[in-house]
Design a protein around this ligand. Structure first.
Ligand code: SF4
Length: 561
């Protein structure tokens, strides 16, 4: 291996490649005006929007498709340099986020359909975190995995190793369809209506293999809920597919398992997805989603980033026009069916995947707490060994920043639990740690007003020493209004904000919201406290939870309290 991070063979090839490369030779001429906006010599439009009205990010995409910046990744890598200007945004098409000034390095965001990983893949990701990253990885709220502190010289090898593992990071950032999520217990959940992993995987590959589905007006989220008792927050997605059973009916619809299509969830904008009246067979979900995305691509706002999500197109058009335009791109008609004629959905069991649970095939799965989603390399390697030795060689990630090990026979359960405990992790959900969710925060994200992960871990340790919980409670800490940790759906949600001390010093702090939930407990949390210094959140949350434990009736949930 050479000092550049490439093998000697790769370096020789690259040097020859770069010397023969006239970068940008095929690009349209772009100038920049006094404000740094790109200008074009010729009048052009992008999906009907004149080029001179495009947002900065749209101009960057128009200048060069983000998928085509591999040359930049390779050449910057050889020089161990970070990307500049528009390439910073284009790198995100490959899942590479240059996170300066928070850290002078890259963060890699993978994409893992349905959060399902083989132990071979999980081990490979651990090796990447060890060899090129900080010795740990972060599980995300899209059942995904991120590795930080990557140097430019290692980026190409990181992406090549991902491909070797059968994984990718393509389209996991920028204006693309993000990781497809699915119920984490699907395929072995005794209560589910259908195994949704094959559909999540088919959607994942459909998006990856269709170049026109990159470079949307803004990011786009899709999720599959299998109809059981475990939530995957599908109603927080642009498209949430919910499995339902349809019995005998007078609408002419064949009884069976279908999906309801919910649209326009975007909790950072305080909106859940809502049912649009459409009932789909499982196989129909992919062409319908593809048609709807193409309608969004052609008609979404490309001038104002704040109005560029699907929600704003649907706000303007309504469901009727949006679905009529979608139908024009399909070879079959949409099937409308009243929601109330579907069999009622099973209530969700909040945090019900943590601990030990029987599977539909007589085996068991164990839900492991990984507070705020951080797992060290030794823990990852040990979890992979446990899943191989006692389970079926698979690990499932959840949107709650925890993970599951499926396929454990009864007679191996105790040994598996002992081995999990030896990693320093736990399957026992008796403290707040199982429900702690935090975004990257100020240690790794330039937008953060607070150290969310650090504050969350300290809060979890503080509360664990003081109380035992017998009801699931989620606490979500998010560093800014982008709401990556979805504070509005937490029982207790916190959004980072800067607070002035009495001496005028700027301190980390939070606005605190209460009463959020998803699915059948759906609620946008309401703001109760503003500008609480981070140093005061421990006593405040402790008092709040003590008041709940002392005054609740019977087993009243925190949400009901
Ligand atoms: Fe960064 Fe804000 Fe997202 Fe947290 S919520 S990771 S601070 S962008």
């Amino acid at each position: 291996m050479s000092t550049s991070g490439f093998t000697n063979e790769q370096e020789t090839y690259l040097k020859a490649f770069i010397s023969g490369l006239n970068q940008g030779q095929n690009l349209p001429h772009l100038g920049q005006d006094a404000e740094g906006r790109f200008t074009h010599e010729e009048e052009e439009t992008v999906h009907g929007t004149p080029v001179d009205e495009l947002s900065r990010e749209e101009l960057i995409k128009h200048e060069q498709n983000g998928l085509d910046c591999w040359d930049a990744i390779m050449t910057n890598g050889l020089r161990n340099e970070f990307p500049k200007d528009g390439d910073i945004f284009r790198y995100k098409f490959h899942g590479l986020f240059y996170v300066a000034p928070a850290q002078d390095s890259f963060m890699l965001r993978c994409r893992i359909a349905g959060g399902a990983l083989s132990t071979y893949q999980f081990r490979g990701l651990a090796e990447m975190a060890q060899d090129w990253g900080p010795g740990h990885a972060d599980l995300t709220t899209r059942a995904n995995l991120q590795i930080r502190e990557l140097e430019p010289k290692n980026c190409a090898n990181v992406l090549m190793k991902l491909a070797d593992l059968g994984l990718t990071s393509q389209g996991s950032g920028a204006d693309n369809v993000r990781n497809i999520t699915a119920t984490p217990t699907t395929g072995f959940d005794p209560d589910e209506l259908i195994d949704v992993l094959p559909y999540a995987r088919a959607m994942h590959y459909y998006i990856l293999k269709n170049r026109d589905l990159y470079g949307l007006p803004r990011k786009f989220n899709i999720s599959y809920d299998s109809g059981g008792g475990i939530s995957t927050c599908a109603d927080t997605n642009d498209i949430g597919f919910y499995a339902v059973r349809v019995g005998e009916n007078d609408e002419g619809v064949e009884p069976g398992v279908y999906f309801r299509m919910q649209l326009c969830g975007i909790t950072g904008h305080e909106q859940f997805a809502s049912d649009c009246g459409v009932l789909l067979t499982p196989a129909e979900t992919i062409p319908v989603a593809a048609a709807l995305m193409r309608v969004f691509i052609e008609n979404g706002d490309r001038t104002n980033r704040k109005k560029a999500r699907l929600k704003y197109l649907v706000d303007e058009w309504g469901f009727d026009k949006t679905l009529a335009e979608t139908e024009k791109k399909m070879t079959f008609d949409l099937r409308y069916f009243p929601l109330e004629k579907c069999e009622p959905a099973k209530p969700k069991d909040k945090q019900g995947y943590l601990g030990i649970h029987p599977q539909s095939d007589g085996l068991n799965y164990v839900g492991v707490l990984t507070p705020v989603g951080r797992v060290t390399v030794p823990q990852m390697l040990a979890l992979a060994d446990i899943a191989d030795e006692f389970g079926r060689g698979e690990i499932r990630l959840t949107v709650w920043q925890n993970l599951l090990i499926p396929g454990i026979p009864d007679d191996k359960l105790q040994d598996a639990l002992t081995a999990i405990q030896a990693t320093g992790l736990s399957h026992q959900n008796s403290t707040i740690k199982g429900g702690l969710i935090a975004c990257t925060g100020s240690r790794g994200c330039k937008y953060a007003a607070a150290d969310t992960k650090g504050n969350a871990v300290d809060l979890g340790n503080h509360l664990a020493d003081r109380m035992i919980l017998d009801q699931p409670i989620n606490i979500h800490l998010t560093g800014c209004h982008h709401s990556c940790a979805q504070h509005y759906i937490g029982d207790i949600g916190m959004m980072g904000t800067k607070v002035k001390s009495e001496s005028g010093e700027s301190l980390d702090g939070y606005n605190i919201v209460l009463g959020g939930g998803v699915d059948d407990q759906q609620a946008i949390a309401r703001e109760i406290w503003k500008s609480i210094p981070a140093t005061e959140i421990q006593p405040l949350v402790e008092k709040l939870l003590c008041a709940y434990l002392a005054n609740r009736e019977d087993n009243e949930s925190f949400a009901a309290f």
